[in-house]
Design a protein around this ligand. Structure first.
Ligand SMILES: Nc1ncnc2c1ncn2[C@@H]1O[C@H](COP(=O)(O)OP(=O)(O)OP(=O)(O)O)[C@@H](O)[C@H]1O
Ligand SMILES: [Mg+2]
Length: 240
């Protein structure tokens, strides 16, 4: 595992959570999916969260990205306490500052790949033709230059995953959050995508948070955090 780049430790925090908790179910059946999680990820840093299935990773990402309201605790994105914002303010923050890749892609089945990728730009009121042209460039970046006019149903799982990544990066968000981005990609494609994300996004001093089971991409992380039974921990650094 690589260590945090020295410059990143001086950068302002992009994502901060304090005592973040979420439970599901009632009484004996209640499960604390996320239990008092404290997390800091800075601009210029690529942070991985790994952990077994059911340990709370997706629930944590959902609260950090403004999709799922926590039971308690706070999430601060680029200095803003997101769960104290109005619904409209939160929607605007999500649209303009966060790119999110869902574990199961969430592509619109009736829209082509390029139209799916263009959605954030359309919502930001870019003219249609410009948005589609920019979407095609984003698809090219993830190796899908020729697939822009195809409907998602005709794409492989890995290709759908890459369309979702192209959509998350198309508007250049400050913070990129990816839930299992390489799960359905072969090793070479997965490494290619993560290396690209690292080189192109991180170098612009953005923050990338990735949940992954894929040990093949661990070499790209600045820091790896472990999630288990709703708890997040950072192992002590060997050189500390
Ligand atoms: N909407 C929900 N309703 C009830 N329980 C839920 C809900 N979402 C998650 N859980 C429970 O919370 C726990 C954590 O789930 P979560 O999806 O966050 O895990 P995960 O670490 O992302 O797993 P995986 O690696 O399989 O994606 C699990 O016990 C799960 O069953
Ligand atoms: Mg998950």
């Amino acid at each position: 595992m690589s260590t945090v780049p020295p410059t990143a430790t001086l950068n302002p925090p992009a994502i901060v959570s304090t005592a973040l908790s979420k439970g599901f179910g009632e009484g004996h059946a209640r499960v604390m999916a996320v239990d008092k999680v404290a997390l800091v990820a800075r601009f210029g840093e690529m942070v991985f969260i790994v952990g077994p299935s059911g340990s709370g990773k997706t629930t944590l990402l959902s609260m950090i990205s403004g999709i799922l309201r926590p039971d308690s605790g706070t999430v601060t994105i680029a200095g803003q306490d997101i769960w104290s914002l109005s619904a409209d303010q939160l929607a605007a923050l999500r649209l303009n500052s966060i790119g999110f890749v869902f574990q199961d892609y969430h592509l619109f089945t009736r829209l082509t790949a390029a139209e799916n990728v263009a959605i954030p730009l359309i919502l930001q009121h870019h003219p249609w033709d410009d948005a589609i042209a920019q979407a095609r460039r984003s698809l090219e970046v993830v190796g899908l230059k020729e697939r822009g006019d195809i409907l998602p149903v005709k794409l492989s799982g890995g290709e759908q995953q890459r369309v979702a990544i192209a959509r998350a990066i198309v508007s250049g968000p400050q913070i990129l959050i990816l839930d299992e981005p390489t799960a359905s990609l072969d090793g070479d494609t997965g490494r290619m995508i993560i290396a690209f994300v690292r080189e192109r996004i991180l170098n612009q001093q953005r923050c990338i948070l990735i949940v992954t089971h894929d040990a093949r991409i661990n070499e790209y992380a600045d820091r790896i955090l472990y999630m288990e039974d709703g708890h997040l921990s950072e192992p002590p650094r060997a050189s500390a």
